[in-house]
Design a protein around this ligand. Structure first.
Ligand code: NAD
Ligand code: TDX
Length: 351
């Protein structure tokens, strides 16, 4: 595939996917299409922004005319759709934005691709990046989500992602559009916006601020290093079967409270603090509304069919992540101060 449009490429996971594709496929033109909401940051891609096979276009996935024009201008064959509102807590306070971006934005991308490709499906692919949260919540009993688990979203975020997944499959079943969907577990790693658990807590430890653990802290998440996710996206994009869904997960379940204790230990050590220094920052606060108890992914379909497996152990990945945030305190400070929002203007001379 020659020309690949990646939506949401200035965000956390998107920036890792863009970097991987730009570097690994020099003969492919990678177009990063991103609105640059609060979660989009072009500083995440500083190392590839000058490369010949990379183009950034600022745009909204809900803008049909613009999407169609960009697909046409760059002769796009493949789309990897990551753009979304992604933070569960925000969705609880502002569900409309989630329905707009995640549902209408995905539908707009699908419709524009359908109209541009005009049934000429050969060599085309619409790849939709989704989440394990569409399957709802598991009991603490060893069960795991498979590709045929029932959809049972609980938060406005997961309801909007579930809806978008259904639209993608509907375009395959109705119009014959080649699509793949992946549903991945919680990602962690460099460039994650510090509203999500791991970067928020690393930043708070750095500043000696409280670490707000929701409820008892017994909720379980299945953590995957972001580069392992980006590699899975690469494999599924190139080798996945059209019309299929693949679950992606790290087989790496942690209770929040245990993860937070480990994070405190690693961060204190890397900051040169005495062991236990930041334990006092752990603070139990009111639980998230509708807080899903447990997520766990069965990725055996992806492993069996396409040979993917996580490469990073959690110990490696978490230590590398903490080290990255401490070494890149300028990035963290830029993001938390809002200064990163000016990066586009500095780079592209817009205001
Ligand atoms: P993120 O919030 O870090 O980044 C989202 C990106 O989308 C940002 O660059 C933002 O500017 C862009 N965007 C938002 N609205 C847009 C619009 N209307 N038009 C164009 N661009 C827009 O998100 P993330 O954590 O990197 O997640 C990326 C995708 O992966 C999402 O679809 C999310 O649902 C999915 N996912 C995330 C995780 C996770 O743990 N973070 C796990 C599984 C799946
Ligand atoms: O301050 C906090 N305190 C806390 O206890 C925050 C921000 C989170 N938590 C808990 C809630 C969750 O049980 O930590 C866990 C992880 O929270 P988030 O980082 O907000 O992630 P989560 O809600 O699990 O969703 C993430 O994984 C799936 C991503 O944000 C989604 O985009 C992805 O689809």
């Amino acid at each position: 595939m020659g020309n690949i449009l990646i939506t949401g490429g200035a965000g956390f996971i998107g920036s890792h996917v863009v970097r991987r594709f730009v570097r690994r496929y020099p003969n492919c033109h990678i177009i990063n299409f991103d609105k640059l909401t609060y979660a989009g940051n072009l500083a995440n891609l500083r190392d590839v922004e000058g490369m010949d096979n990379y183009t950034f276009v600022r745009g909204d996935v809900c803008d049909y005319d613009m999407v169609r024009e960009v697909l046409c201008r760059y002769h796009v064959d493949g789309i990897i759709h990551l753009a979304a509102e992604s933070h569960v807590d925000r969705s609880i306070y502002d569900p409309f934005t989630f329905a707009q971006t995640n549902v209408m934005g995905t539908l707009t991308m699908l419709q524009a691709a359908k109209d541009y490709w005009q049934g000429n499906w050969n060599g085309k692919l619409f790849y939709h990046v989704s989440t394990d949260e569409v399957y709802g919540s598991l009991a603490v009993d060893g069960s795991r989500f498979t590709e045929i688990s029932r959809y049972e979203p609980h938060s406005p975020y997961s309801a909007s992602k579930a809806s978008s997944d259904h639209f993608v499959r509907a375009f395959h079943d109705t119009y014959g559009m080649p699509v793949v969907v992946t549903n991945c577990s919680n990602n962690y790693g460099p460039y994650q916006f510090p509203e999500k658990l791991i970067p928020l807590f690393i930043n708070n430890i750095r500043h000696g601020r409280p670490l707000p653990v929701y409820g008892s802290g017994e909720n379980v998440r299945d953590w995957l290093y972001v580069e392992d996710h980006a590699r899975a996206v690469d494999i599924v994009f190139h080798e996945g079967r059209s019309g299929e869904t693949y679950n992606i997960g790290g087989a790496n379940e942690w209770r929040n409270i245990d993860l937070v204790r480990l994070l405190v230990r690693i961060t204190d050590r890397l900051l040169g603090n005495a062991p236990g220094t930041s334990d006092r920052l752990i603070t139990h606060v009111t639980d998230r509304k509708g807080h899903d108890m447990r997520y766990a992914i069965d990725a055996s379909k992806l492993t069996g069919e396409l040979g993917w497996q996580p490469e990073y152990s959690f110990e490696q990945g978490l230590e590398a992540t903490v080290r990255w945030y401490l070494d890149n305190d300028e990035w963290l400070d830029g993001v938390t101060s809002g200064d990163y929002m000016n990066y586009y203007a500095r780079m592209y001379g817009d205001r």
